[in-house]
Design a protein around this ligand. Structure first.
Ligand SMILES: [Fe+2]
Length: 170
């Protein structure tokens, strides 16, 4: 039997969400979280790309640092997507959507280790600014769980930004 022949329609059940956050408030927070999820995914891919393709004397340190970071990003993606679900919305999960809603530019090819570090620094800083906006919105709506999540992620990315800045500075 082909997929088309199967009747996959099931009855839709909408269970009202009554956690004390308004629907409008939740929708506004999720708009920010969608962008942050997309930023995380695209930054994870770029970090992985540079992990594979870095060359030269900085290879070992760059290869190791990018590995720690893409592993952290992978875990965070799941947490952010599940927060979106807990707020009552579907989480976006396709590259097409991610590239439409995120401003993180894709990895460049043929660049030096220092240029990769500068590119990663700029992406982390971009993400940090977006997370500050998300945190402010969550705070305005008294969504402490999202405030907590954003605070935790901000500390990780500010640390990553510091590391990439130090990688470049002399
Ligand atoms: Fe690896």
């Amino acid at each position: 039997m082909s997929l088309q022949e199967l009747d996959l329609k099931t009855e839709h059940r909408n269970v009202k969400l009554e956690t004390g956050l308004s629907e409008n408030g939740r929708a506004g927070i999720v708009e920010h979280l969608n962008e942050i999820l997309a930023d995380h995914y695209l930054l994870m891919l770029k970090t992985h790309n540079y992990h594979w393709n870095v060359k030269g004397p900085l290879f070992k340190s760059m290869h190791d640092l990018t590995e720690a970071q893409y592993e952290d990003l992978f875990a965070a993606i799941d947490e952010i997507a599940e927060r979106i679900r807990a707020l009552g919305f579907d989480a976006p999960g396709s590259f097409k959507t991610y590239s439409q809603i995120s401003k993180i530019e894709e990895a460049k090819s043929g660049i030096s280790a220092l240029e990769m570090a500068a590119d990663l620094l700029s992406s982390h800083e971009n993400l940090i600014r977006n997370m500050r906006d998300a945190l402010a919105k969550a705070d305005q709506e008294s969504d402490e769980v999202t405030v907590d999540l954003m605070t935790e992620r901000l500390s990780v990315h500010e640390k990553a930004a510091w590391m990439w800045r130090s990688f470049i500075e002399q």
